[in-house]
Design a protein around this ligand. Structure first.
Ligand code: F6P
Length: 323
């Protein structure tokens, strides 16, 4: 394998640039040519492809976002789109791919390999940390710390005005961002898709806190919670406690930006090297990950079908620590 391509796909994540940098530098180190594919699968289809050198990735390790841009590609979901992508790769002589992204990215990569046989290795790039096959995904640590910094600030005003704050964090269908935000942020309640936290339970916890002279509360809501959004949950609670002084803060895309933490830069660098070395070793359709400090390669089909379970004790921790 002499020429590989690299692209970022799905929601961007802090650390993607560190991963791109590691992939390019590793390719150069081993004498491979490396081509950047801009805008994920959309750019692959359109041929938005350019040669990268070591210098191309200088001074980006500390930057959030992705040098290669990212996109969610509807066209790649079609056979015609994947055919066009294949023809572009062939025209550029690209023999292998490194995909930095999440489950949608790897789902597409799996189908693409079955149809065209271009070896592909994935790096888990998403703030959600919802991918089976790695303890942490690239961007997760930074997103949690960004959210936690905001939650500390919310605690100041919640305390000053003796209010209940419902704070919504990202994570799509997972509670991975919510849990450390709740425990690290000293929240009284956490609501995540993986557990059933009812409105009645929230009301019970608030009333118990007020009876213990608590005057302010932080309720962390994972955006995919079964009770709805933070706004909807706050409204449901307010209906039963009309005199509750509550506010809602949706942290949103601020969790997707910012300079990657040391942990994310380290993870991104390790996995970038692993992806290139995996391709060189003849691997394909696998995601590189770190589990218990060991590098592992997990088949895409497992990363996209198996669920990485959250430790149920974490929600119990929130109940204990907020007594
Ligand atoms: O997958 C990462 C993520 O930030 C999710 O946590 C969130 O639900 C989604 O992307 C938002 O997608 P978009 O950036 O397309 O609005």
């Amino acid at each position: 394998m002499k020429r590989i391509g690299v692209f970022t796909s799905g929601g961007d994540a802090p650390g993607m640039n560190a991963c791109i940098r590691a992939i390019v530098r590793t390719a150069v180190y081993y004498g491979l040519e490396v081509y950047g594919i801009r805008r994920g699968y959309n750019g692959m289809i359109k041929g938005d492809i350019f040669k990268m050198e070591s210098i191309t990735v200088s001074n980006i390790i500390q930057k959030g976002g992705t040098l290669l841009k990212s996109a969610r590609s509807k066209e790649f979901l079609t056979k015609e789109g994947r055919q066009a992508a294949y023809e572009q790769l062939r025209a550029h002589g690209i023999e292998g791919l490194v995909a930095i992204g999440g489950d949608g990215t790897f789902t597409g990569a799996n189908i693409f390999y079955e149809e065209y046989g271009i070896p592909t290795i994935g790096a888990p790039g998403t703030i959600d940390n919802d991918l089976y096959g790695t303890d942490y995904t690239i961007g997760y640590d930074t997103a949690v710390n960004t959210a936690l910094d905001a939650i500390d600030k919310i605690r100041d005003t919640a305390d000053s005005h003796e209010r209940v704050f419902f704070v919504e964090v990202m994570g799509r269908d997972s509670g991975y961002i919510a849990i450390p935000c709740a425990i690290g942020g000293g929240a009284e309640i956490v609501m995540i898709p993986e557990t059933d936290t009812s409105i009645d339970f929230v009301i019970e916890q608030l009333k118990a806190g007020w009876s213990r002279s608590k005057t302010s509360f932080i309720v962390i809501v994972a955006e995919g919670d079964e009770e709805g959004s933070a706004t909807e949950i706050a409204a449901k609670v307010s209906q039963q406690i009309p005199n509750m002084d509550a506010r809602v803060t949706i942290l949103g895309h601020v969790q997707r930006g910012g300079a990657p933490t040391a942990a994310d830069r380290m993870l991104a660098s390790q996995l970038g090297i692993a992806c290139v070395e995996g391709l060189m070793a003849g691997r394909t359709n696998e995601m590189a990950g770190i589990i218990n400090r060991e590098l592992v390669y997990t088949p895409f089909i497992e990363t996209i079908t198996k669920q990485k379970l959250i430790n149920p004790n974490f929600t119990k921790m929130v109940d204990i620590l907020s007594v």
